[in-house]
Design a protein around this ligand. Structure first.
Ligand code: NAD
Length: 317
């Protein structure tokens, strides 16, 4: 069986597939030559990340292609419904990156709590000449321990984040319209011990009004979940993090909330208008920024390779 990993695959994933008897080709074939290559080489499985597009015309042109794999979560670059409607299998790796995203959210929360996002910008410029002034400027940070984290969207990443936050000594409340019963969160430790927390769902208003830190982990939305009205319901000094999708938080309302002092600061990994986020957001000293790197760790890429390999083997059964 030949597998073309057109946007690459981690060594761990390649190893699993090779041990199962597959030939894995990791060279990148240009989009316009893909159909010809797949047909002439007898490729049965094509995996992509986000660069290669798998549209209806390619699927139709490659009748021998049995499985399409997306090494990652979003499948916007694949005509999934069409492929499935004609009997092709389509698999992705929804779980592999949850820990990396959750850790990036913790990183943004800690950054904002101690104003590291701004001191990192100012220290190279003024650290030598104005150390004492900067020390004073960044002296009013806060701790995470003992604070309440509100998680909106309690799926894979929301729950992974909750575990991290509980580990930091935070209380966790969550809102998710599709979860109506308590969620049992098992936390496993390095020495084999484990402890389970049962967390009951809250209404959106309860989360907005109770949380000191709020993090969004929902799919992309037609209109912002966090707008000026939602911010008005939050506690003074709230910290907001968006590592879900651009537009889930209304960035203009966020900037106004920061300017008024209602919002202490924010962490953003995703933006409206990616890849050209609004300059006012990028320039705001109270926003901790990263360029949509939630899933982009070597560990997550390894796990993605492993998960896609197993999902391909399962699909071929
Ligand atoms: P998931 O499907 O496991 O969880 C999403 C949860 O959101 C579900 O439980 C769903 O019921 C809930 N939900 C849907 N609509 C909601 C609403 N209006 N209010 C509250 N909850 C709602 O998904 P996941 O794997 O946890 O991913 C969550 C988000 O993170 C997705 O938008 C995904 O695209 C994004 N993501 C970002 C990165 C990154 O690089 N920053 C990486 C991976 C995923």
């Amino acid at each position: 069986m030949k597998i073309l990993a057109n946007d690459g695959m981690s060594a761990a994933g390649v190893k699993i597939l090779e041990e199962a008897g597959a030939v894995v080709i990791t060279q990148n074939v240009p989009q316009e030559n893909l159909a010809e290559y797949i047909n002439s080489e007898g490729v049965e499985v094509l995996t992509v990340r986000s660069a290669t597009k798998v549209r209806k015309d390619l699927i139709d042109a490659c009748p021998g292609l049995k499985v399409i794999g997306r090494a990652g979560v979003g499948m916007d670059n694949i005509d999934v419904a069409y492929a499935r409607s004609i009997g092709r299998k389509v698999v992705n790796t929804p779980a592999a990156s949850s820990i990396s995203v959750a850790e990036l959210v913790m990183c943004h929360m800690l950054n904002v709590a101690r104003m590291v996002e701004d001191s990192n910008r100012q220290m190279p410029l003024e650290g030598e000449t104005s150390f004492a002034a900067l020390k004073k400027k960044y002296a009013k940070g806060k701790e995470l321990q003992g604070k309440t984290l509100g998680v909106i969207g309690f799926g894979r990443i929301g729950q992974a984040l909750a575990r991290k936050a509980i580990g930091m000594g935070m209380k966790v409340v969550f809102h998710d319209p599709f979860i109506t019963a308590s969620v049992s969160l098992k936390m496993e430790f390095y020495d084999g011990q484990s402890v389970t927390f049962d967390i009951a769902p809250s209404t959106l208003d309860e989360v907005l009004s109770q949380a000191d830190f709020i993090s969004l982990h929902v799919p992309s939305q037609e209109k912002p979940l966090i707008d000026a009205d939602a911010i008005a319901k939050m506690k003074d000094g709230v910290v907001i993090v968006n590592a879900a999708r651009g537009g889930v938080v209304d960035e203009l309302a966020l900037l106004q909330g920061i300017d008024s002092g209602k919002v202490f600061g924010a962490g953003l990994d995703v933006f409206t208008g990616e890849p050209t986020p609004p300059v006012a957001v990028l320039m705001n000293e109270k926003i901790s920024l990263s360029p949509h790197i939630g899933a982009s760790t070597t560990d997550a890429q390894d796990k993605i390779g492993i998960e896609i390999a197993y999902n391909i083997l399962e699909a071929l059964k």
